[in-house]
Design a protein around this ligand. Structure first.
Ligand SMILES: C[S@@+](CC[C@H](N)C(=O)[O-])C[C@H]1O[C@@H](n2cnc3c(N)ncnc32)[C@H](O)[C@@H]1O
Length: 345
């Protein structure tokens, strides 16, 4: 077991071990357990696992706020907060996982890096709805620092205990605050990127447009909202890129090894599309065409799944307006113009 480490900002002074359950097993994350904030963090982190709920309930509840959110599912915002101060949105399940959002991070740090580089001021990137543990915000900061060393990543969560739990991990260029789709930032700063992953999926389809439009209003001139969804460990992901003018693209990113067919991403489509994967809708036609091309490319499997995927996408490009090229396809990723897959009215 790795040695425990002190956490900056924790007042308890006591250093002991805190373990985090992930699909990889139990991980020592070295949080002092006698600090109330850290205890909150502990309970919340535990809720991100796939262990049965009874396991969590046996943990001594360290705060009534946490107890409210131990039950999986959607919760109302705490009634004691006056409505005018409430962030826009609804507290939802905080499920997250380390490295889960790597595919989207790679895209932001790749084809979208120009947005960060062009910013005269240090660019602000928001991880909206980072969940029960702030791990995805920490990873986003690590990855984007390679693009712009002065990038400011701000994790925004609608659930107060999750913000308190994340604060001990603040560092230069990484901070956490309470908020919702109104994207509150100091001094009215406008974010260059807002990544909202696995957030809107727990809302109703007819809530998407309103949420997008609130975030759009906040974006910097070159800014982008990335509204995405993925599976528990990030092997299948899809996201819609929305700029100030509206949605611009749909990206699908898949782990190619062991892929049965590209439409495996269907159950991870963003909320704006997931209910539209039915005959007659463009996104259904797109996924069906991908599957057919994948089937026709089966002989390429002898050179590996990547060659099969490259051949699949090269064929599909003849019929669909893809916005990227082989360097992205090699990663199991493809981006199509939103206009081609947008839902019918
Ligand atoms: C399923 S978790 C996703 C965590 C992380 N983004 C990921 O993909 O692993 C969704 C989180 O979004 C938060 N959330 C929901 N609506 C929100 C909103 N309007 N603004 C900020 N956070 C929100 C929930 O409280 C929850 O913690």
């Amino acid at each position: 077991m790795p040695p425990a480490s002190p956490v900056p900002g924790c007042s308890s002074g006591e250093v002991c071990t805190l373990i985090m359950a992930t699909r990889f097993g139990w991980t020592d994350i070295g949080i002092p357990s006698s600090c109330k904030t850290c205890s909150v963090f502990r309970l919340l982190v535990l809720t991100t696992t796939h262990l049965p709920a009874e396991v969590f309930r046996r943990e001594p509840p360290c705060s009534p706020v946490v107890a409210e959110y131990l039950e999986p599912g959607r919760s109302a915002y705490p009634a004691r907060v006056p409505s005018r101060q409430r962030p826009v949105g609804t507290v939802t399940r905080g499920t997250t996982n380390p490295n889960r959002l790597r595919r989207c991070d790679r895209w932001i740090a790749g084809p979208q890096a120009w947005r960060l580089r062009r910013s005269v001021q240090p660019p602000v990137v928001v991880d909206l709805g980072y969940g029960a543990s702030p791990i995805t915000a920490v990873e986003l900061h690590d990855r984007l620092r390679a693009v712009r060393e002065d990038v400011q990543v701000v994790g925004i969560e609608i659930e107060p205990a999750r913000v308190a739990a994340a604060r001990p991990l603040e560092r230069d260029g990484l901070s956490f605050r309470l908020g919702g789709f109104e994207v509150p930032l100091d001094g009215g700063v406008r974010p260059t990127v807002v990544r909202a992953f696995n957030v809107l999926r727990q809302y109703a389809e007819d809530e998407v447009a309103g949420a997008w439009s609130l975030v759009q209003e906040r974006l910097a001139p070159d800014g982008l909202l990335v509204d995405g969804t993925c599976d528990e460990i990030g092997r299948r992901a899809a996201w819609v890129a929305v700029d100030a003018s509206g949605p611009v693209s749909l990206t699908v990113s898949l782990r190619m090894g062991g892929l049965e067919r590209p439409s495996a991403v269907a159950e991870r489509l963003p909320k704006a599309l997931i209910h539209r994967n039915v005959p007659g809708e463009p996104v259904h036609a797109f996924l069906t065409d991908l599957d057919r091309a994948w089937a026709r490319s089966a002989p390429r499997s002898s050179w590996g799944a990547r060659q099969r995927f490259l051949s699949t996408v090269a064929e599909v490009r003849e019929r669909w307006p893809l916005l990227d090229g082989p360097s992205r396809w090699r990663l199991g990723e493809l981006t199509v113009d939103w206009a081609a897959v947008a839902p019918t009215a």
